[in-house]
Design a protein around this ligand. Structure first.
Ligand code: CAO
Length: 356
């Protein structure tokens, strides 16, 4: 017997846009699995996205919506076949008051000052759709920026020996030069620093209860620049992986992101994120923390500089880093010590540190 899954009660919102579909025909879904994401919008206010969960379990028989469709309460999303567990309370339970309130408050938080003129008053303009992933990321960025008091610590790290080593890496069998980017070493160095400073591998999503969750795993988020927007997949258990393994996984995961072949779950459950602009340029910047993490490491392009080293001015390779941290939980001294640890882990004794 088929079961229809419809758009639940979404308060006084109507004709809301479907911006994401997370299932396809033949997928098995459980109760509460997210089916689609819709975008709530009010005139003069910004938008907020809300996930619509399944109220039943079964196999997706027919999808009745497409991305970009406008839907209202009671519209058919899809039909399910197979084992059905009836919801005792209601066939179309509402998206709870709490979710609507949260969405409303995000909309209010996102409120911007309305400009009193049109851009086209001043010359030719062209209006285009904002990429879907940028739209989805927008509310996460606003949430992070408005709930976390950010502070950023900038530092410079001498990676001369590390770079010499990296450039000397070759395949044992073919002798061919191995393409391992500095980011792979930085992932290793970050894991070492997280082991020494577990506070940076925590979350305070239960702030009201005064609780800190310390993570015992080392899943490093990597910000990947794609034509669809920024994505942050995780390199899981980075502490157990070799440089080569990390390099291969980095390539694989960024490829999956660029081809939109990555599961949403890959974006969850991180320790800390690295945002590397090293392949692009710049020296220092302010990375925004990937909520609910408590810090993010920004990496810029290394350059050769004249620095005072071992009682002489010498040309050394210097890597600029920018660590943004949640000032509610990390203080400035802890941030500076964390960066010192990164300096140690990437500095001239890096090989010893990487082996730990
Ligand atoms: N200093 C100097 N050179 C660097 C460097 C650094 N810190 N980091 C990387 N490079 C070099 C690499 O060695 C490589 O050089 P070659 O082409 O000579 O081998 C080149 O820059 C390109 O590296 P890459 O970007 O392809 O590889 P990566 O491992 O450093 O990064 C990934 C992988 C997925 C993070 C990257 O492809 C990417 O998407 N970066 C952009 C992140 C970004 O912009 N996010 C969006 C931010 S918006 O808020």
């Amino acid at each position: 017997m088929s079961k229809q899954i419809k758009v639940p009660d979404i308060g006084d919102f109507e004709n809301v846009e479907v911006i994401e579909i997370l299932v396809k025909q033949g997928d098995k879904v459980k109760k509460n699995d997210t089916l689609i994401t819709i975008e709530l919008y009010r005139k003069w206010k910004n938008k907020s996205s809300v996930e619509v969960p399944s109220t039943e379990e079964g196999t997706v028989e027919n999808l009745n919506v497409n991305i970009g469709d406008r839907v209202s309460k009671g519209d058919l999303i899809l039909t399910l076949s197979g084992e059905i567990i009836k919801d005792k309370e209601n066939n179309i339970p509402p998206i709870t008051e709490k979710i609507i309130k949260e969405a409303e408050s995000t909309i209010i938080k996102e409120k911007v000052i309305k400009i009193e003129y049109s851009h086209s008053d001043f010359g030719e303009v062209e209006i285009k759709d904002m990429p879907r992933i940028k739209r989805l990321a927008a509310s996460h960025l606003i949430n992070s920026w408005t709930t976390i008091p950010h502070a950023t610590h900038h530092d410079e790290i001498d990676i001369t020996e590390m770079e010499e080593f990296r450039n000397s890496l070759a395949d044992n069998n073919t002798g061919e030069k191995l393409k391992i980017t500095p980011l792979v070493f930085i992932i290793k160095a970050l894991v070492g620093a997280l082991k020494k400073f577990p506070l940076f591998n925590s979350s305070i999503d239960e702030l009201e209860n005064g609780k800190i969750t310390y993570k015992k795993y080392y899943h490093i988020g990597i910000a990947v620049d794609t034509s669809h927007g920024l994505m942050v997949p995780k390199i899981r258990d980075a502490n157990n992986k070799s440089l080569k393994h990390l390099g291969d996984e980095l390539r694989e995961v960024s490829e999956k992101c660029r081809n939109l072949k990555i599961d949403k779950k890959e974006f969850y459950g991180g320790s800390m994120t690295i945002l590397s602009l090293g392949g692009i340029g710049g020296s220092f910047f302010t990375p925004i923390i990937n909520y609910p993490e408590v810090a993010i490491l920004g990496v810029s392009k290394s350059t050769k500089k004249q620095v005072y080293f071992q009682k002489n001015f010498q040309t050394r390779t210097i890597l600029p880093i920018s660590l943004s941290y949640d000032h509610r939980i990390v203080n400035d001294a802890e941030a500076a010590r964390f960066c010192n640890e990164l300096r140690e882990n990437l500095g001239k004794n890096f090989a010893y540190k990487l082996a730990i």
